[in-house]
Design a protein around this ligand. Structure first.
Ligand SMILES: C[S@@+](CC[C@H](N)C(=O)[O-])C[C@H]1O[C@@H](n2cnc3c(N)ncnc32)[C@H](O)[C@@H]1O
Length: 313
């Protein structure tokens, strides 16, 4: 916390804020200032304090987050000011991520329910979905798997992209699966999307997929020890994966070929553990897409290359 931070346990400050900050714009500004003063980390779906404060204030008041700027000049009820004070206090003092405070995060242009049982959606795989996995995918897949699904955001976005595909979601965490089930139901996708609970491919029988998308836990031990307080609100099962971050990815790679169709593709995020992965698999042909919207560390590998590689080792 910076030396100029205004403390949320200062009751005089609270009273003055609730009296003097009358308009929505005042609260967005105060929220952004407080986030900066309290050195909150914005890496869970936001880039700046202003963006995060704007989103928090608008969505807490059930307003669309792309409202015209004029809406910010509207005044707030005393109860609404109290609500925003309380949310900002949790964001700045306890470092609770905005997505958990609102139980909402956006991915590929739509909202998802999120709770502390699931990672907050932010994968750069969103950009691959938005660009149809071109040039890697040459025809629409018939079966898609979102492995390590969390909230279900990736698989649900893939179901939107490929409306004729059967999409399966799977996660080890029962609590995460419950959230994914809620998201599938909220979007009326139960006819197209099934949700499974289990360790990697364990619950999926001998199903074969044309496209497997995975954002597994991949944070290495060093990054886990030094990550900002906000990430400690996320489930450790969704982040940590051994010393070099690759414990689960190694298993995933060795098992994926048995669940891919002949021309199938595995798309997998490994973030900062990309270097360790390239070192561990120097002979496996991996493509590393570049992202115009930011992000890194997603590889794409063909089923045939996986089969060839694991037949030899
Ligand atoms: C990085 S989070 C990704 C969540 C979601 N796909 C997203 O992009 O927001 C990783 C997920 O993998 C799940 N997970 C961890 N170990 C697993 C395992 N052995 N088998 C299946 N899922 C696992 C965690 O419960 C968590 O939901």
């Amino acid at each position: 916390m910076s030396q100029f931070a205004f403390a949320f346990d200062d009751s005089d400050l609270q009273q003055r804020c609730r009296q003097q900050l009358t308009q929505l714009a005042d609260w967005v500004r105060f929220g952004a200032s407080q986030m900066a003063r309290h050195e909150v980390f914005h890496g869970q779906g936001f880039e700046t304090a202003w963006d995060e404060s704007l989103f928090l204030c608008l969505r807490a008041l059930q307003l669309d987050w792309d409202l015209p700027a004029a809406a910010l000049a509207t005044r707030l009820l005393e109860e609404e000011r109290a609500q925003l004070w309380h949310l900002l206090q949790q964001r700045c003092d306890a470092k609770v991520p905005t997505a958990y405070l609102l139980q909402e995060a956006w991915f590929c242009g739509e909202p998802f329910k999120v709770t502390p049982d699931v990672l907050i959606p932010r994968s750069p795989i969103a950009e691959l979905i938005e660009t149809g996995f071109e040039p890697w995918l040459t025809q629409a897949p018939q079966r898609v798997l979102d492995l390590c699904t969390g909230s279900g955001c990736i698989g649900i976005a893939a179901a939107r992209l490929f409306p004729d595909a059967q999409v399966d979601l799977s996660d080890l965490s029962e609590a995460a699966v419950a959230v994914a089930v809620e998201n599938v139901a909220a979007k009326d996708l139960g006819w197209q999307v099934d949700v499974y609970q289990g360790d990697l491919f364990e619950s999926l029988g001998d199903a074969h997929y044309d496209l497997i998308i995975a954002n597994p836990p991949y944070v290495d031990a060093e990054d886990i020890d030094t990550m900002p307080a906000e990430f400690h609100h996320e489930p450790r099962l969704g982040l940590a994966s051994g010393d070099d971050g690759l414990d689960l990815v190694r298993r995933l790679l060795s098992e994926a070929a048995n669940h891919l169709s002949d021309d199938g593709l595995l798309v997998c995020e490994v973030g900062n553990s990309a270097g360790a992965l390239m070192e561990a698999y120097p002979d496996l042909p991996l493509d590393w897409p570049e992202f115009s919207q930011g992000g890194l560390g997603v590889f794409i590998v063909r089923a045939q290359d996986l089969r060839r590689h694991f037949a030899q080792v």
